[in-house]
Design a binder for this molecule. Structure first.
Ligand SMILES: [Fe+2]
Length: 250
């Protein structure tokens, strides 16, 4: 696992701040990422989704790992967490074999309690203002009618006078929905760096297809995409694409 350091220009938060971006753990062992977080002393830890798998109340190792990630990270710095498509049980419609019907987002009460007990601030298509910064979380739209995210609350979020940080699991939403909005920092995951990387480019990302544009790094000096923490599997290995924690100095 690597630590990627990025620096954004200017003083958009009025002072120097360090954010850690942690995404797409998918319920794997969180200890290596936690070591990086302890070492790098972030002011805030941002987790834009797919930290756990489906929030269905099942007590298994995947759930244990995901909740450990939340609760242990919250001992290091304030954690802001928003879900991805995996917590929702949503998949991309191109995946004809696994396509699921549109259905309401339902999280098991036990899982919601565990998120609350972890100390992480859970952002569900909404925002909170903390320390003079507005932190928002835009959830995946894959299980919604038409597959689009819920954008209704973004108007109020963008009207806040404070600098704004948005957690948005899907990086492809940036160009579709977010590019024109006055948001100071947007963090995403989901694309896993394009899974296989050649000549600095990812090969494939769900929702973007072949040779996707948004898989890693910094875009427009404000969208930061993490390639995620999940290691590759035998069936779908990661090539030239190490899992990463991203440290953002802004
Ligand atoms: Fe995802």
């Amino acid at each position: 696992m690597k630590t990627r350091f990025v620096r954004l220009s200017g003083k958009r938060f009025g002072k120097n701040l360090r954010f850690a971006l942690v995404s797409d753990l998918h319920g794997e062992d969180p200890r290596e990422a936690l070591e990086i977080l302890r070492r790098e002393h972030p002011d805030y830890i941002l987790m834009p989704g797919d930290i756990l798998e489906r929030l269905d109340g099942v007590e298994d190792a995947i759930h244990q790992n995901g909740f450990s990630m939340l609760s242990e990270a919250a001992k290091i710095a304030p954690v802001f967490y928003s879900t991805g498509n995996h917590e929702d049980g949503g998949v991309h419609s191109w995946c004809i074999f696994w396509k699921i019907k549109t259905k309401p987002r339902i999280y098991h009460e036990q899982d919601l309690s565990r998120i609350e007990e972890s100390g992480a601030c859970f952002l569900r298509d909404g925002f909170t203002v903390r320390d003079g910064i507005a932190f928002g979380g835009l959830q995946s739209g894959l299980i919604n009618e038409g597959g689009s995210p819920n954008l209704e609350w973004l108007g109020e979020f963008c009207a806040q006078k404070e600098p704004k940080v948005l957690l948005c699991h899907h990086p492809e939403y940036y160009e579709r929905y977010l590019k024109e909005l006055p948001i100071d920092l947007i963090v995403s995951g989901h694309a896993h760096g394009g899974q296989w990387r050649f000549f600095g480019r990812g090969v494939f990302a769900p929702g973007q297809g072949l040779f996707p544009k948004y898989t890693d790094g910094v875009h427009d000096d404000r969208l930061v995409i993490g390639t995620g923490l999940k290691k590759g599997s035998i069936l779908i290995p990661r090539l030239f694409n190490a899992p990463e924690v991203v440290i953002i100095d802004a």
